[in-house]
Design a protein around this ligand. Structure first.
Ligand SMILES: Cc1cc2nc3c(=O)[nH]c(=O)nc-3n(C[C@H](O)[C@H](O)[C@H](O)COP(=O)(O)OP(=O)(O)OC[C@H]3O[C@@H](n4cnc5c(N)ncnc54)[C@H](O)[C@@H]3O)c2cc1C
Length: 419
């Protein structure tokens, strides 16, 4: 594989994965990098609109001090961030009242189980924080629920579920442990416990806008890719404005969509058809009598309660009038958008919060992943084995995990390994 720095490289998508891949390539000395983005803004699921002069988050919200790669990237690029303690609460899904989540006995026991999990990770699964899931340990391909039962750490899911299912990443009886622990290792969980968060003055979208300003070649927005053909050791990209020739292409856009506009091989089509995702709703609301608190609703974090509010983010303490409410659907798509809107109203009534208006709502196609069976049968080894074939590389959420840190860390390792 040649590694000439003047190769023309195309990156599809300007979310954290695509933007950081471009940054690392530029740092390595690559001079001709083009990012094609279909929307009219950069940032992907880092999406920060403005209301009444204040920013609010429709997508990603926070980072933690353990987001080592992304914070290092921001330091290098001169992107400022703010450490902030965000007060959180737990609401009961039946009474709507705030609750003490753990009993005193459980508090003592959870400390023992966290230490046990940390010891397990250090001794048996030390590679869990490495980007990607190649050669994943078979124990970790099992669901997180089974993993915790087998290892006799039954209280761990009760603590882990809030920043996991509450943040839209699916249900523990279905999701392989490898995903859960790659994102929520013990130090990251401690960041949540200590409410030790990182935010940005103008929101998460501003990270990628600022990074765009530092790229030699800016993201090309509103680009509709009609077709991509890979032949004669080149990559031909057809947009509404003609054909462009590249030497290599990196997809950070959803891999399950490639069949619609790329000359995918049988292997690609087959592997990417196994990807599944969650529907994660965000309702940006104007309310009366907000409780001035961000809150988890643990009782809604199971499949039977899909469609109900799992998490709310309240920044009225900063003078923001919008509160966002997150709702998780289910993989079988039994919960419709209408139902989520209905449940939202019911839930807010229960929490004694008066909904005045919804100013924006979105349903994100979220947390692309494969199930335990696919993981056990080497889905990741097969996709990693395709890296570089047909001058094509894969990045993005599916390759590691759907949070900013794991996406940035994966793009960093991709550039290190192949460019
Ligand atoms: C409600 C919500 C809350 C979240 N909270 C957090 C959080 O607090 N902390 C955290 O770390 N993460 C959080 N995340 C997750 C985080 O935002 C994502 O993991 C991250 O943005 C994924 O980056 P990505 O670049 O892989 O994908 P994306 O951000 O999805 O970016 C992909 C880009 O590709 C573009 N694209 C797609 N198809 C095409 C095409 N055919 N042609 C051109 N461009 C295309 C898309 O428009 C998009 O801009 C949250 C996400 C959501 C939705």
């Amino acid at each position: 594989m040649s590694k000439s720095l003047d190769e023309k490289i195309c990156i599809v998508g300007s979310g954290p994965s695509g933007m950081s891949a471009a940054w690392y390539l530029q740092k390595k000395g690559y001079t001709d990098i083009t990012i094609l983005e279909r929307l009219d803004r950069v940032g992907g699921k880092c999406n920060t609109p403005k209301f009444d002069g204040k920013y609010y988050e429709m997508g990603a919200v926070i980072a933690l001090p353990t987001y080592y790669k992304s914070l290092a990237l921001m330091d290098e690029a001169g992107i400022e961030y703010i450490h902030k303690k965000i007060v959180g609460n737990y609401f009961d899904n039946n009474t709507g009242k705030s609750i003490n989540y753990f009993t005193e006995d459980e508090m003592r026991e959870i400390k023992v189980q966290i230490a046990k999990l940390q010891n397990l990770i250090e001794t048996k699964y030390p590679d869990i924080k490495n980007p990607g899931h190649e050669k994943v340990h078979l124990d970790l391909a099992d669901t997180f629920e089974n993993f915790c039962i087998k290892n006799e750490i039954p209280l761990i899911p009760k603590l882990w579920v809030n920043p996991y299912t509450g943040y839209g990443y699916g249900y523990f009886n279905l999701v392989p442990a490898a995903y859960v622990l790659q994102y929520l290792d013990v130090p990251t969980m401690m960041g949540f416990i200590n409410k030790d968060f990182i935010v940005w003055k103008e929101g998460t979208e501003s990270i990628w806008n600022q990074l765009n300003a530092k790229l030699n070649k800016k993201v090309r927005l509103c680009t509709h890719i009609k077709n991509i053909i890979r032949k004669n050791n080149k990559v031909y990209v057809y947009t509404d404005f003609g054909m462009e020739e590249y030497d290599k292409i990196i997809f950070s856009s959803p891999l399950q969509d490639l069949k619609d506009y790329v000359d995918t091989t049988e292997d690609e089509t087959n592997l990417f058809s196994k990807i599944t995702y969650m529907e994660f709703y965000n309702f940006a609301c104007l309310v009366e009598n907000s409780r001035n608190t961000s809150a988890y609703v643990p009782g809604n974090m199971m499949q039977s309660r899909a469609g109900h509010v799992v998490f709310s983010y309240d920044r009225t303490d900063e003078g923001n009038s919008i509160i966002t409410f997150n709702i998780l659907g289910d993989q079988n798509e039994k919960v419709t958008s209408d139902m989520c809107r209905e449940y939202l109203e019911e839930d807010l009534e229960l929490y004694n919060i008066h909904l005045k208006d919804v100013v924006m709502h979105k349903c994100w196609r979220y947390f692309p992943h494969v199930n335990s069976q696919q993981m056990k049968h080497g889905w990741y080894d097969k996709v990693e084995g395709l890296q570089g074939q047909k001058n094509t590389y894969y990045a993005g959420e599916i390759m590691s995990f759907s949070d900013i840190e794991e996406c940035v860390a994966y793009s960093n390792s991709l550039v290190d390994r192949f460019f």
